[in-house]
Design a binder for this molecule. Structure first.
Ligand code: EPU
Length: 419
């Protein structure tokens, strides 16, 4: 396990470019299993979750080559129908292999996917999806097994607008002839990035970016070359880090259309931020005040749950009281006990709601990262705090943020990594 040793108190100043979108990269890597032709993926973030998705592809029999920094070429055919157990266990997104292996071979087996512990994230919506295409499914808590001999293009109404269940439905729909309709689909930017890739592979897609997708599939899909879109969660995280440390930061590849709700909440907190053009965000030092009173996650285009943890840290630096509400995940808020140890005044009302009173001077502490997003929130808290913090288990932060210590150090942070 590795640690970050962080000396707090330095404002983050300077310019930084946002990395490729993690949650777009993962389904797009899985999409490469749908074809035997060459697939070139550019702007893949160099993060642990991407490595694991690529390792699964290689284990299935694909040739995976890194041809330049952040660029991979994937070629050949898959030769197995079982996802490697140890790799499947490492991340929740391994469930995206359920649909692509099934589409390509007519059968698939895997252990339940692993991932961050931020609540009871069951897989019913994924099972509903694959069964609607005509698959038969056997499963227990140790193994999932599905067969699909004569696929049909279904009408699907998702009981939850789940991101990865929508993606599994899209991946299967692209390779089944006929028109599939997915209603109550998730519409996050990364879902649209996958739609763009499936179009390049030969599928017909309408409704991109909406909650009703129509997909005309093809039995034989072609290869693709695609540049992964920038990660709006990283962009928002950097903007929050700049605001919390009172730095002046220019963030490149921060797309305005992906940050509307984040921008709105930060403006309401009196943060001085401005789009210099449609993909460049500037944050200036400001005096945060809780005018929003309530910050609440929403389905897209609402405020992303993956930015809630960093936003709570910013709320500790805002004058006044902020109610932060994440109804999506049962476990998202529990990391606030670590902020309380640092001196934050937070009352946890229930598993989904915390009341943050600011502004408080945070103090450096011994901490441990519980999940990707809480991990980066603790990094921001430590950068904001007086004194030194040690954050353990930063491999969880590595799962989602490329070379984050070095990139933040270039902005004036003091972060050392220790084994
Ligand atoms: N949910 C609802 N109602 C809905 C939609 C979702 O209650 O209409 C709940 C679910 O029950 C679940 C949570 O919200 O508890 C998230 O559901 P979803 O199925 O959408 O999550 P996911 O597909 O497993 C993806 C991201 C997560 C991100 C969520 C929500 C990937 C690989 N993962 O997960 O990312 O938090 O969507 O936007 O795309 C992360 O990057 O750290 C991460 C956890």
């Amino acid at each position: 396990m590795s640690k970050f040793i962080i000396e707090g108190g330095n404002p983050l100043n300077g310019e930084i470019k946002v990395a490729g979108n993690k949650n777009a990269a993962l389904p797009i890597i899985a999409a490469a299993a749908l074809t035997d032709e060459d697939c070139i993926i550019e702007n893949l973030p160099a993060i642990r979750d991407v490595d694991v998705m690529l390792e699964i592809l290689a284990d299935l029999g694909k040739r995976v080559e890194r041809t330049a920094p952040n660029v991979y070429k994937i070629s050949g055919a898959i030769a197995k129908t079982r996802v490697n157990d140890a790799l499947a266990n490492k991340l929740r997104a391994s469930i995206l292999y359920l649909s692509v292996i099934l589409a390509k071979t007519g059968e698939v087996e895997m252990v339940p996917p692993g991932g961050c512990i931020i609540g009871r994230r069951n897989v019913d919506s994924h099972f509903d999806v694959i069964e609607s295409f005509g698959a038969t499914l056997e499963f227990d808590e140790k193994n999932y097994k599905a067969n699909l001999s004569s696929p049909r293009a279904p009408y699907i109404f998702l009981k939850e607008a789940s991101v990865t269940a929508t993606e599994n439905a899209m991946l299967l729909a692209a390779s089944v002839t006929g028109e599939t309709t997915i209603e109550n689909a998730a519409s996050e930017p990364h879902v649209s990035d996958l739609a763009d890739v499936l179009k390049k592979m030969g599928a017909g897609i309408s409704g991109r970016g909406t909650n009703r997708l129509s997909i005309s599939g093809k039995e034989k899909l072609s290869g693709f070359r695609h540049r992964i879109m920038p990660d709006h969660i990283e962009a928002g995280t950097l903007a929050i880090a700049a605001a919390a440390t009172k730095g002046e930061m220019i963030i490149h590849d921060a797309y305005h259309e992906h940050l509307r709700m984040t921008y709105h909440y930060m403006k309401q907190m009196n943060i001085d931020l401005e789009f210099l053009d449609h993909q460049t965000l500037k944050v200036r030092p400001s005096d945060p005040v809780s005018q929003a009173k309530k910050i609440q996650v929403g389905l897209w285009p609402g405020f992303p749950t993956d930015l809630m943890s960093p936003m709570i840290v910013l709320a500790t630096q805002a004058k006044g009281t902020t109610l932060c509400h994440d109804w999506m995940f049962e476990g998202r808020m529990f990391f606030v006990d670590k902020l309380i140890i640092m001196g934050a005044q937070i009352v946890q009302c229930d598993p989904h709601r915390v009341l943050v009173s600011g502004r408080t001077m945070l103090r450096g502490q011994e901490l441990s990262s519980p999940d990707i997003r809480a991990g980066i929130a603790l990094v921001i808290a430590a950068l904001t705090a007086r004194g030194m913090s040690r954050i353990d288990r930063v491999e969880l932060v590595d799962r989602g943020y490329e070379d984050i210590a070095a990139r933040l150090n270039k902005l004036g942070a003091s972060i050392k990594r220790e084994q």
